[in-house]
Design a protein around this ligand. Structure first.
Ligand SMILES: Nc1ncnc2c1ncn2[C@@H]1O[C@H](COP(=O)(O)OP(=O)(O)OP(=O)(O)O)[C@@H](O)[C@H]1O
Ligand SMILES: O=C(O)[C@H](O)[C@@H](O)[C@H](O)[C@H](O)CO
Length: 161
């Protein structure tokens, strides 16, 4: 989880491969209307995210052996929604600063639907999960192999969510 550009897709793919788990890419499940809003630089609302979170919860429930989900999960209410769909769900939080997120989102602007005009709103919406049970905070500026190893080591622990 984390704001646009923090590296959710990159770490999610690496972690799913390392763990032999299915990958659910949250961005693939936004409605066409939500994708269009983001393309136009209009931030999603709670209502826009409602059906999306319901779908992601169902997709998690369909994987009782476990799965890796990439999801912004910016607000505590969104995370609690996913937790209630999937008890024991844990969150790896890729923490990034505004400047680096902006650089990463701008660098891929030609190939990704997400408008770089929305980075500020991602930070305005973010409620840090640090302190919630079952959360690993990761420095998003670490290299990908290190992030994957840290996440895999944490998954191997018995920490309760
Ligand atoms: N650990 C990393 N170090 C350096 N660059 C990274 C790292 N992780 C991701 N990136 C780069 O940052 C950009 C955003 O990464 P990625 O698409 O994984 O983020 P994201 O959080 O999934 O974003 P979004 O949800 O907006 O698609 C990509 O160009 C990716 O190559
Ligand atoms: O809740 C949201 O606002 C969205 O999920 C965004 O975070 C983006 O889809 C994602 O990061 C793509 O760049």
């Amino acid at each position: 989880m984390g704001v646009a550009g923090c590296g959710k897709s990159s770490l999610g793919a690496a972690l799913a491969q390392a763990e032999g788990l299915p990958l659910i890419e949250g961005d693939d499940h936004h409605s066409p209307a939500s994708r269009e809003k983001m393309r136009q630089g209009i931030a999603l609302t709670d209502a826009d995210r409602e059906g999306w979170l319901a779908t992601l919860g169902q997709l998690l429930q369909a994987q009782p052996q476990g799965a890796v989900l990439t999801c912004s999960a910016l607000k505590k209410a969104y995370r609690d929604r996913l937790r209630s769909a999937c008890p024991g769900l844990r969150f790896a939080f890729l923490e990034i600063d505004r400047a680096h997120a902006g650089l990463r989102v701008a660098a891929r602007a030609g190939t990704h639907f997400f408008s770089s005009a929305l980075v500020d709103s991602q930070f305005a919406t973010l409620e840090s999960p640090v302190g919630e049970a079952g959360v690993l905070r990761l420095d998003a500026l670490l290299d990908l192999p290190t992030l994957q190893q840290l996440a895999s080591s944490w998954l191997a622990t018995k920490e309760a969510a």
